[in-house]
Every structure is written in structure tokens, then in C-alpha cells.
Design a protein around this ligand. Structure first.
Ligand code: 26V
Length: 812
């Protein structure tokens, strides 16, 4: 199929007619996108069938990655790349169609908040590309992460109706629907001498799977991302039989049921006791576990062998109810006793922790939990009882320790505790993060289960984030060191010899400049701000959160601006600060920081006295497809979280891989980046993790002291409240109070001087362009270890015990 461009063109024109009902001449870009997607999908589906047959036949162990979030972004270009359809671009050109225009028609699949969801998407890509039998299991939210508009400098949220034109990649599998039960009562009835739980008066919800193919890189493997849709199951023809009252009830029921998969919670840090969120979590895992067992039982293996055949990976605590759900099915439906069911369950589940922020650790009020999931609550209670008994035997009399480790305590179900107790592996996402888990956050659990804890430093798919997002750089790399890095990203190491090569560096610089030109154009179109292409493009793109300290960056910009205003002729390398960030809709502090950045932008960008040397740009609606445009154009990568707070970070890896130089704290994966590139090729600053933890434990920091001692800090803080930034109203009082009256929880002022110093050093380094390019090359050369292929290989051998499986494929 598609041996040449001609064959593809025929299929494409045909698809335009059969799918969209238009001729090529009349087709809009949307028509073209749909038809192109349709042709590619047909092509991919063949190997999908093949892959599934092969998995069935071989009875190979399967991984199911359970996650409330999958932040896929767009799929057209990555499917083209991975399915090896290189003729397509050429064929479209012959038809006078610009692929990049067509591509813009695809809405991002924004089914995630940030790092955790994007990691899940990178992992799917690596699983398939490494020919590992691994599948995603999630929710098909009707509305993805909100669309952000900036109005007068403020964030405004709009619904993201990403499915409105349909979704060419997915297929609905109505025949594979399962039922999920909420509420009702459970009573125990004695049947044949055994106590059997009978669940009555529950609300049934139909879970309907929509499958999306996940295409491996040029290898015929097509794995599956299964997303569940919540439906009432009430058929339209049932309606006439309802009398008036029932009719209203039926409509209401339909509405309430469908609400379960209606919208992604747009928060990545703050847990609220929302029943709907708990419903979503149980809905996903119940549907997921039921469907896994259903297909497992079609094979020849016994359920006792489940742990050798299946691993369910829990992406944070959100899908942790998979543990009691599997227990329920094994006991209530398959007739296992507790001990055997527990052994199977514990050996089937593995869990990743993604944060130590206390406010993000999930816990559910017992009364809400019990009412919504009565049978699951009984099981969790029993898990807790048995676990506490074990603890009592090991630590007799140590009530405090046992209370601290209990799964149910103080009226809450603690999901991280359930996760650790119910799975055989617990991992953190960067070395420092895992160490913090072991010595602080989960200290007692580590002492009790040392063998469960392990580290898996995060990674990113170099296919999307380099090969696809930065094709010119990818070509330069291939022309220099050959193609092996594409399959073996560690081979990027070979580039280190080119760090001294003048012509390589010249090319590198040329490519960066071209990418910057493109981004400058986008900034002009979107923000009507003209930026200097030869200025330093200094980028901070990530969720807006106090611990990530966009505020530190913003205050430092204000500081640079003050210096420039005082001495416009001072030595200064022009800089463009670029931000992209969404704030959780109810996170007021974060929203004020957005407003602050935009107010600084207004002031700075319009001040002629500084001769355009400083520009500030906040790009609205940060998302995967926007990241793909910003990252290749970045010179500087801002990774400035308060040490100990950023579990890993993955943007840091994407930017490094595209040749940006990191300015960062010793936090998350920054530490491993530092190790890879050496201290001459990164700018680090700020408090260490130990110092931060010491301050939190014993106090000793007073932000007012810095205000009083540091004249420059005082100047910028006063500018927040003296009308300098706006219409004379004192609108940034909340930020001022946060930093001073609330003592600056994340040490922004404490790290300010050290950050400003590092920035000065960075500027000095940039002046030596030859040296800067060398640094850039060294960063790219050492980024291969941050490919998610490395991460996934480690999961496969260290946790999942799964092996690659060759798929022969039908198409070739
Ligand atoms: C928490 C919550 C709390 C309840 C409401 C909905 C919600 C949604 C997501 C989260 C998870 C927050 C944890 C998280 O996103 N961690 C990030 O994980 C990245 C991948 O491991 C890592 O690189 C980042 O450093 C880490 O912040």
C-alpha cells in the first residue's frame, strides 16, 4: 500500500469523496484533514488487527497503563512519521496541499493537565516503538483541558470541545461495553455456607470503550489506548414507556451519568473532596479491570497466573481503586478467598508517585467513599484492618507509627497508602524525588517494604520532541552522525565531538535562528509584539504553580527593566522572555501571577526608552501543539522550582534536547541533567533540597529581612503596590502580601540574588557565541538518556518483566 505518491493520491481523493462528500477542488482544510486522517487510519488499522492477533496467539504478558490523563496533543504528524508514510508529504505537495496547514485543523487531544498526562503519552509512544505489549486505559473526556484566553491580562477559561468535528483516530466498541455500579446497599447473604455480598439498588452506568491505535516507530506494532465513555444505557426507545414523572427522572439520570466522562478536572495540585472526581476514578478502573479480565478469560490461562500475564500500572494514586476493584472481582465474581485474591492483586499492581506536595496527595472522606462505593469500601476496610494487624505484630505498641501508616485514618481513605500496600512496586520519577520519598514522605513505608521502592527517572519521546518538532535539527544530527540515534537515542553522544566543529556549530546556529524566526512570526500574529530574533529567547513553559516560581522569573524581569531604565546604554544582551502556562481556574495566586506577567509585558514592551532590548511575551493557551513550536526556538530553559518540589520535570528534557541551556535549581531531573552535561554547560543556583527541608522543619527564614536588606528586591516589591504597573490601582497587593506577610512559602526572595547572579553569568556566556553553541551541542549530545525509550526499557525489565515482541505486519 502506498508504494508511491500516486497510489496515495488516489486513496486520498477517494476518501475525500466517500468520507467528506467533496471533490478535491471544493475541499476545505478541515475536509482534507479528515480525509487524510481517514486514509492513514485505514492503513494503520491493518497492522492493529495483526498486532492484536499476535498478542492473543502468543499469550504474552501485557501492560496496562491506567491513567486519568493522557495528553496526546495532535496525532496526524506522529502517525505519519511512525507509520513510515513518507510519501504523503510529497504526494500532498503534488496536489498543491500544504501539510502544515492541514495539520492545524486537528484539535489537540488535551486529556491531561501537564507533566503527568504528557508523560503517559510519551510512554505509550515508547511502548509501541520498543515493540512492548503495553496499552493505555483512560477516560474519553468530552471536554479536555480548558482553552485559555487572555483578556486584559487576565486568564479566562473556555470549554475545549475537542470532539465537535468527530475524532478520526478512534473507534467505538459498543459491543465491549461493561457496567459500573455506584451507590446502593450491600448485604451479606449466606449461600451454600459462604457469605456472599449482594449489591442492591445501585445506579448502573454503562462504560463504552473507544479505542485509538498507538503506532510504533516503523515497526508494525500498533498498541491500543482505550478510553471509556460514560453512558446511561437507557435506550431512546425506552423513553415512550416512561410516564411523565419517570420521563423527567430518566432524562436527569442520563444527564448525571454522562457527566462522569464530561470533563477533565483542570487541576494538578489541589485535591478537593468532589464526588464526581471519585466517580471518575472508580468508573475508569472498574471498566478497565473488568475488560482486562474479560479478555484474559478468553485465553487458556488460569486466573491464578494473572500476575505472570498482566500488569496494571497505576499512574499516581488516581487509579488506585483498581486494587480493591480487582479484589472484588476475584472474590465476588470468581470465587477466590481473601488470601489468594490478595496475593494475585498485590502481584499485579505497580504504582508511580508523581508528587510530594501535601495538597496534591489524594484522600477521600470516608462518608463520601462509603456511600458512593459501598462494596469497595468494605474491601478497603478489610485491607486496612489486615495491614494494621501486620504492623501491630511488627511494631507492637507503636500506635503513632501505625496510625500514620494506616490506609483509613482521621475519617479519610488515604490513596497513597492504599497504593503502596496493594502493589509490588513503588517508584519515584527522578533520583532526588525517589530519595525524598524514601527518607521523608514515605519513610515508614520504605522501612517496612524496602524492596518495593525504586527509581525510574522520567523521559520524553525524542521522536515527537526532536524528530518531528525540529526536523531541521534532526537532519543536521543525522548528516553528522548518521541515523542510528533515531532507534538508539543514546547515540546522540556521538555529537559531543561536533561541539568543537566550527561548521557544525554554524549550522546549529542557523537552524536555531530559523526556528526563532518562525516563533517570532507566531508571536507577532498572536500577541502583536515584535521581538528581536537575535535576542536571547528565554522560555518558561509549564503549569502555573507557586512552587514552579514563574514569580521569581517575573520579578527578575522587573529588576532587569529597572536596571535598563537607569542606564539604557549599559552592556546588555537583548532578551525576549516567553511564558506559556495555564492556571487552575480556582487558583487565585496563580492567576495573579499571570496578570502580573502580562502587566510587566505591557509596561516593558511599550517603553521606548529601553530601545526594544527587553521584551516579554505571554503566549495564551499553552498546550502540546504550542510547545512543539516554542521548544525548537528556545535558547534558555527556565527550571527554577523551589528545590525538593518538582518531582522530575520533563519540559527541562525537551528543551535540552533542542539545544536550550538550562538555568535551574538543584531539583528534580535538573540534577541528572547537570550530571550529564557538566557544570560548565548549565547554570544552577539557589537553596539546595536539604536547606529547603531544614527551613521547613525548623524555621529561620524571614522574607522581610531580605526586603529590608536588599535594595533591589525592595524596589521591585514596592513596584507591585505603588501603581507602577498599571492604572494606579494597587492591584498586586495579594502577591506583595504573599511574599512578605505570608513569608514567601517557596523562597522566591531568598533565591532572588542567587538567581540574578546566575542570569548574569548566563548573559556573559551568551556573548561568547562560539562557546554558547558548544554548550548547546553538548546539551543535545547528552540528552539521549532522557528519551522515554530508556525510561520504558527500565520499567519493562525492572518492574513489569515484559519483553518485546516482533510483529510481522501485513502491509509490507
Ligand atoms: C493531582 C490532582 C489532584 C486532584 C485533582 C486532579 C489532579 C490531577 C493531577 C494531579 C497530579 C499532580 C502530580 C503531577 O502532575 N506531577 C508531575 O508529574 C510529572 C511526571 O512525572 C513530573 O515531571 C512533574 O515534576 C510533577 O510535578
Amino acid at each position: 500500500m502506498f508504494e508511491d505518491a500516486r497510489q496515495f493520491k488516489e486513496a486520498f481523493v477517494d476518501k475525500l469523496q466517500t468520507m467528506q462528500g467533496v471533490a478535491l477542488e471544493q475541499a476545505t482544510n478541515l475536509d482534507k484533514y479528515m480525509a487524510l486522517g481517514g486514509v492513514i487510519r485505514d492503513y494503520i488499522y491493518k497492522n492493529w488487527v495483526e498486532t492484536n492477533n499476535h498478542y492473543r496467539k502468543k499469550e504474552s504478558k501485557q501492560v496496562y497503563y491506567f491513567s486519568l490523563e493522557f495528553l496526546l496533543g495532535r496525532q496526524l504528524r506522529s502517525n505519519l512519521l511512525n507509520a513510515n508514510l513518507s510519501v504523503v508529504e510529497e504526494a500532498l505537495q503534488e496536489l498543491n496541499i500544504d501539510l502544515s496547514k492541514v495539520e492545524e485543523m486537528e484539535p489537540d487531544a488535551g486529556l491531561g493537565n501537564g507533566g503527568l498526562g504528557r508523560l503517559a503519552a510519551c510512554f505509550l509512544d515508547s511502548l509501541a516503538s520498543l515493540q512492548l505489549p503495553g496499552h493505555g486505559c483512560g477516560i474519553r473526556y468530552k471536554y479536555g483541558h480548558f482553552e485559555q484566553k487572555i483578556v486584559n491580562g487576565y486568564q479566562v477559561e473556555l470549554p475545549d470541545n475537542w470532539l465537535k468535528e468527530g475524532n478520526v483516530w478512534e473507534v467505538r466498541r459498543g459491543d465491549k461495553a461493561v457496567m459500573v455500579k455506584f451507590g446502593g446497599q450491600v448485604r451479606l447473604e449466606e449461600i451454600d455456607g459462604k457469605l456472599v455480598p449482594i449489591h442492591e439498588n445501585y445506579d448502573p452506568v454503562l462504560a463504552v470503550p473507544y479505542d485509538t491505535p498507538v503506532v510504533g516507530f516503523k515497526n508494525n506494532t500498533i498498541n491500543t489506548l482505550r478510553l471509556w465513555n460514560a453512558e446511561s444505557g437507557i435506550k431512546e426507545f425506552d423513553f415512550p414507556s416512561f410516564n411523565h414523572g419517570d420521563y423527567m427522572k430518566a432524562v436527569q439520570y442520563k444527564y448525571e451519568t454522562e457527566a462522569i466522562s464530561q470533563v477533565l478536572y483542570p487541576d494538578d495540585s489541589h485535591q478537593e473532596g468532589q464526588v464526581l472526581r471519585l466517580k471518575q476514578e472508580y468508573f475508569l478502573v472498574s471498566a478497565g479491570v473488568q475488560s482486562i479480565l474479560r479478555s484474559y478469560k478468553k485465553g487458556n490461562k488460569s486466573i491464578r497466573e494473572l500476575p505472570e500475564q498482566v500488569v496494571i500500572h497505576l499512574n499516581d494514586t488516581h487509579p488506585v481503586l483498581a486494587i480493591p476493584e480487582l479484589m472484588r472481582i476475584l472474590m465476588d465474581e470468581e470465587g477466590f478467598g481473601w488470601d489468594e485474591a490478595w496475593e494475585i492483586t498485590q502481584n499485579t499492581m505497580s504504582y508511580t508517585n508523581h508528587t510530594t506536595l501535601a495538597e496534591a496527595l489524594e484522600k477521600w472522606p470516608v462518608d463520601i467513599f462509603k456511600e458512593l462505593l459501598p462494596r469497595i469500601y468494605m474491601i478497603v476496610e478489610e485491607i486496612n484492618k489486615r495491614f494494621c494487624r501486620e504492623l501491630w505484630e511488627r511494631y507492637p505498641g507503636q500506635w503513632d507509627r501505625i496510625a500514620q501508616m494506616a490506609i483509613i485514618a482521621d475519617g479519610f481513605v488515604k490513596m497513597a497508602h492504599l497504593a503502596i500496600v496493594g502493589s509490588y512496586s513503588v517508584n519515584g520519577v527522578a533520583r532526588i524525588h525517589t530519595e525524598i520519598l524514601k527518607k521523608q514522605e514515605m519513610k515508614n513505608f520504605y522501612k517496612y517494604y524496602p524492596q518495593k521502592f525504586n527509581n525510574k527517572t522520567n523521559g520524553i519521546t525524542h521522536r515527537r520532541w526532536l524528530l518531528q518538532a525540529n526536523p531541521k535539527l534532526a537532519d543536521l544530527i543525522t548528516n553528522s552522525i548518521g541515523t542510528s540515534w533515531i532507534k538508539h537515542p543514546e547515540d546522540l553522544k556521538e555529537l559531543r565531538f561536533y561541539a568543537q566543529d566550527a561548521s557544525f556549530k554554524e549550522e546549529l546556529q542557523k537552524i536555531k535562528r530559523e526556528n526563532k524566526e518562525q516563533l517570532a512570526q507566531l508571536i507577532q500574529e498572536q500577541n502583536q509584539v515584535q521581538v528581536e530574533v537575535d535576542s536571547i529567547f528565554d522560555v518558561q513553559i509549564k503549569r502555573l504553580h507557586a512552587y514552579k516560581r514563574q514569580l521569581l522569573n517575573a520579578l527578575h524581569i522587573l529588576h532587569l527593566y529597572n536596571k535598563l531604565r537607569e542606564a539604557p546604554q549599559m552592556e546588555f544582551v537583548p532578551r525576549t522572555f516567553i511564558f506559556g502556562a495555564k492556571a487552575a481556574p480556582s487558583y487565585y495566586h496563580a492567576k495573579w501571577v499571570i496578570k502580573l506577567i502580562n502587566s510587566i509585558a505591557d509596561k516593558v514592551n511599550n517603553d521606548k526608552s529601553i530601545q526594544g532590548k527587553l521584551k516579554v511575551v505571554f503566549l495564551e493557551n499553552y498546550r502540546v501543539s504550542l510547545a512543539e513550536k516554542i521548544i525548537p526556538a528556545a535558547d534558555v530553559s527556565e527550571q527554577i522550582s523551589t528545590a525538593s518540589k518538582e518531582a522530575s520535570g520533563t519540559g527541562n528534557m525537551k528543551l535540552m534536547m533542542n539545544g536550550a541551556i538550562t538555568i535551574g535549581t538543584l531539583d528534580g531531573a535538573n540534577i541528572e541533567i547537570l550530571e550529564q552535561v557538566g557544570s560548565e554547560n548549565i547554570f544552577t543556583f539557589g537553596l539546595t533540597e536539604q536547606q529547603v527541608i531544614e527551613y521547613y522543619a525548623h524555621g529561620g527564614y524571614n522574607s522581610w529581612e531580605i526586603y529590608h536588606q536588599d535594595e533591589q528586591v525592595r524596589a521591585i516589591l514596592d513596584q507591585l503596590v505603588n501603581g507602577f504597573l498599571g492604572d494606579g490601582s494597587k492591584e498586586f497587593k495579594t502577591i506583595y502580601n504573599y511574599l512578605l506577610h505570608n513569608n514567601d512559602e517557596y523562597f522566591v526572595l531568598k533565591d532572588f540574588a542567587s538567581y540574578a547572579n546566575a542570569q548574569q553569568e548566563l548573559e556573559r556566556a551568551y556573548r561568547d557565541q562560539n562557546r554558547w553553541r558548544e554548550m548547546s551541542a553538548i546539551n543535545i549530545a547528552n540528552s539521549g538518556g532522557f528519551s522515554s525509550d530508556r525510561t520504558i526499557s527500565e520499567y519493562a525489565t525492572g518492574i513489569w518483566k515484559v519483553e518485546p515482541l516482533e510483529i510481522l505486519g501485513r502491509s509490507r
